[in-house]
Design a protein around this ligand. Structure first.
Ligand SMILES: [Fe+2]
Ligand SMILES: [Fe+2]
Length: 208
């Protein structure tokens, strides 16, 4: 059930995601690596890809918050909130890397957050089996998308690559966690719609 407490926590999370620098407990992957010499074109490419990844993490925050708000099972709710905290680290890493590369975060972040939060709320209302299934599928798609970024990022931008590599490992473990709690396999049309939605988001975030 949605309580006032949960709504306040959700509102607080939204404000923190969108307006304050995210915090990380783990060291930033690749922190010890030297900054690579990159051309302007390479730098712009790395920056655009890290902006896309940052938007993905903003969406992850919103999805988890929305899903946690309407999830029926207490254990599932706690697990989703814990996962959201872990995603905050990804948010911090990508945010920091964008700044190092001299770029900016997506101007549309409030829009991405709002849309993803609404989707998360609906997923949670469908029941834990589908909620967790949706989460697992999201994480699988994010993993595939990060693998694509590892192919696109400049080879010598090891700092960005280290961040994306660790995120890919973490997202796979989130998918495994969701399936272990009983997430169901989503119907193909739903998976395809999700892919279409994320394509729209990634293509837009690449530029703005
Ligand atoms: Fe993430
Ligand atoms: Fe994740």
């Amino acid at each position: 059930m949605i309580t006032i407490d949960k709504l306040i926590i959700g509102f607080d999370s939204a404000l923190r995601t969108l307006s304050t620098p995210a915090q990380t407990l783990r060291p930033v992957p690749g922190n010890e690596l030297p900054e690579a010499e990159m051309t302007d074109v390479e730098k712009r490419l790395s920056c655009a890809l890290m902006r896309v990844n940052h938007v993905g993490e903003v969406c992850a925050q919103a999805l988890y918050q929305g899903q946690g708000l309407t999830a029926r099972n207490e254990t599932v709710q706690q697990t989703l909130m814990q996962a959201a905290r872990e995603e905050t680290e990804h948010l911090a890493w990508t945010e920091r890397r964008i700044a190092e590369l001299g770029g900016h975060k997506s101007f549309l972040n409030p829009l991405w957050y709002g849309g993803s939060f609404a989707i998360g709320v609906v997923a949670g209302m469908l029941g834990d089996k589908w909620n967790l299934g949706f989460l697992a599928e999201t994480e699988h798609q994010v993993g595939a998308h990060l693998a694509g970024h590892l192919e696109q990022l400049p080879n010598h931008d090891e700092k960005s690559r280290a961040i994306v590599s660790q995120m890919k490992i973490d997202e796979a473990s989130h998918a495994t966690m969701a399936l272990s709690y009983g997430g169901a396999e989503l119907p193909l049309p739903v998976k395809l719609t999700m892919k279409l939605g994320s394509k729209l988001m990634t293509h837009t975030a690449y530029w703005v």
